[in-house]
Ligand binder design. Structure first.
Ligand code: AMP
Length: 252
């Protein structure tokens, strides 16, 4: 069985986000970009599944501009066997278009499992996994905190943290899984593997070659920074605090 993993290139989680002066989006030029943390978890899970003998190959896929190749090299350095870059140019690709591209690639690659992050930390959409499962008509286990594969029965058991506790799902393969934070701790790529990944070939395709038209189905009207928080007040006693909570904040 093959596992396909979707990895997105996003602004690094440690970078302080700056909104563009024209409010059209977030500044990405001269900003450190990295693999989306939930995608690292997705890749780690795929690698563990392969290492446990339940899959033969892990293929990483990224959709976006030429620089996505860097993200795919990280995926190869972490242990992915192959990488596919869907060159979609510089404009942002929205979740429905990514889902259509992933569906088209699934039809070419025929994986038994497609793993995505539960959300990308740049757009926080949390849509792509659900959409691609719908388009493929595959069962989906979203927000997975534990995954167990039964190779013989071709079933994935997925645990998900829900409000009241842990929900356990049994999915017939092929299926889509999206990863939650607690699923695993992704490995670091070692220096020798980073060096080896530099010379690996990354397959490039375009959305047009996959017969996917990139139609924006929604428009970002504007992006603004959250309002600045007012400075706090240091109170001198518990009585003063209670007085303020009662008479100013009126929450007591
Ligand atoms: P989102 O629905 O945008 O929050 O993204 C959820 C997940 O979909 C991500 O963690 C990735 O696994 C996948 N994904 C979204 N956009 C892309 C992209 N451009 N390239 C590869 N994977 C993507």
């Amino acid at each position: 069985m093959k596992v396909m993993v979707a990895v997105k290139r996003v602004v690094d989680y440690a970078v302080k986000i700056r909104v563009k002066p024209d409010k059209s989006g977030v500044e990405t030029s001269n900003v450190k970009m990295s693999m989306n943390p939930f995608c690292e978890i997705a890749l780690e899970e795929a690698l563990r599944i392969r290492e446990a003998g339940a899959a033969a190959e892990v293929v990483a896929v990224s959709v976006g501009p030429a620089q996505c190749v860097d993200t795919l090299r990280t995926a190869l350095a972490m242990g992915a066997d192959r990488a596919v870059h869907v060159d979609a140019g510089a404009a942002p690709v929205l979740p429905l278009s990514v889902a259509k591209i992933l569906k088209a690639l699934v039809q070419v690659e025929k994986p038994g499992l497609l793993i995505l992050g539960k959300q990308a930390i740049d757009d926080d959409c949390n849509q792509t996994g659900q959409m691609v499962a719908g388009l493929l008509r595959w069962p989906q286990g979203t927000f997975a905190s534990k995954v167990v594969l039964d190779k013989e029965k071709q079933v994935a058991t997925v645990e998900r943290e829900v409000d009241g506790g842990i929900e356990t799902l049994s999915l017939d393969l092929p299926a889509v899984i999206t990863t939650d934070l607690r699923l695993n701790q992704p490995r670091y790529a070692t220096l020798p593997n980073i060096m080896k990944a530099k010379s690996k070939v990354i397959k490039k395709v375009t959305p047009a070659e996959l017969n996917v038209e990139l139609k924006p189905d929604l428009e970002v009207v504007q992006v603004t920074e959250p309002p600045k928080r007012k400075a706090g007040v240091i109170v001198s006693s518990v009585d003063e605090l209670i007085d303020k909570l009662k008479n100013e904040a009126r929450i007591l």
